[in-house]
Design a protein around this ligand. Structure first.
Ligand code: BGC
Length: 335
């Protein structure tokens, strides 16, 4: 399978058409030492056979929908439950498994850019409406990797697209990202209900909880606590509610690695960001540099609408109607 490359004078990003999967992001540290900062595999063959969420585009609905059920205008829809009793990341044949059409595009803002497009037919995975999706992967000369999503539908549907790289700024295969410092512009988060297996519908202040990243602290300092929300998912697998959401692009968070000095800022126009410390990695799989993929081998920072939003009126709107345009920008900026 062909590998596409985005390159400026310091950064190189490789991806493939299957799932639009980002298979490597090579970033220098202050001394010019290059490291590949996304978890994955050494070869494309292994990427195709391995964890299909690594670096992939997720949809139609990234994250969970309880029971795979939702209702639009009084009509009920039932999606498959590919994650115990819930629907996750668009189902068994989610967008992460599709071969996207890839073409090089020229856009002023970017040194290099590609457009990835996909048509998801009416009824695909039981979602209503024919959905036409376009994603731009663009790299600027000041090291912003921009992922810009757009979609339109022929009938009312639900949508929540995201990208799923796991970052280890010390280099994938060089231990865990637990020592990374994380800052999030989020005064609230959405706790998980053990019964639902995802967001309970509550929006709770992070103050005085391990989920308070409003001042930078290590991921480990939160994961080592006994807080029931941390124990439940063996780490963090939570959606954070971004402050001052108004649909414009704002700084959502900053991840930095004290060892290499590499730092990444995340910007988005979305209301939430899922932080996932990769509890399901148990070291049984071999990844880059021949190293086992261990817990928190990298940290996922997925900009998004909240989990299960289609079933909560007080959560951000996830319904897209014909004639409307879904838009989402996520920027990973390497400093
Ligand atoms: C979710 C995890 C899930 C993982 C699958 C993440 O986005 O938050 O719960 O296990 O994706 O790769």
């Amino acid at each position: 399978m062909q590998v596409y490359t985005l390159k400026n004078k310091s950064i190189e990003i490789d991806f493939i058409a299957r799932g639009g999967q980002i298979i490597s992001i090579k970033v220098p540290d202050a001394k010019g030492n290059i490291a590949d900062v996304v978890v994955g595999y050494d070869t494309v063959e292994e990427a195709l056979a391995g964890d299909a969420y690594f670096g992939a585009l997720c949809g139609r609905y990234a994250n969970r929908i309880v029971g795979g059920e939702f209702e639009i205008d009084g009509k009920k829809y039932q999606l498959d439950c590919n994650n115990e009793t819930n629907h996750l990341h668009g189902g068994v044949d989610g967008f992460n498994r599709r071969n996207w059409k890839v073409s090089a595009v020229e856009i002023d803002r970017y040194v290099q850019a590609y457009q990835l497009s996909l048509v998801s037919e009416d009824g695909d995975q039981n979602y209503p409406g024919k959905l036409e999706v376009s994603v731009i992967y663009g790299l600027t000369d000041d090291n912003q990797f921009v992922i810009a999503y757009e979609a339109q539908t022929s009938k009312p549907t639900v949508i929540n697209l995201t990208s799923h790289p796991y970052f280890n700024l010390n280099g994938a295969g060089n231990g865990s990202a637990m020592n990374h410092e994380l800052l999030l512009n989020a005064s609230n988060y959405t706790p998980i209900s053990a019964e639902l297996g995802t967001t309970s519908g509550d929006i709770v202040l992070v103050k005085d909880t391990p989920f308070d990243f409003t001042n930078a602290k290590t991921v480990e300092s939160a994961c080592k606590t006994d807080h029931e929300q941390i124990r439940m998912f063996d780490g963090i697998d939570h959606n954070f509610v971004l402050d001052d959401f108004d649909g414009t692009i704002k700084l959502a968070g900053v991840l930095s690695d004290p060892e290499s000095g590499r730092k990444m800022e995340v910007y988005t126009d979305q209301p939430g960001i899922q932080i996932y410390t990769g509890a399901h990695f148990d070291g049984s799989e071999i990844g880059k540099k021949g190293a086992p993929i261990i817990q928190c081998a990298g940290l996922a920072m997925e900009t998004q609408i909240f989990p299960n939003s289609p079933n909560y009126e007080h959560f951000p709107n996830a319904i897209l109607r014909s004639g409307e345009k879904y838009k989402h920008v996520c920027i990973y900026k390497f400093c």
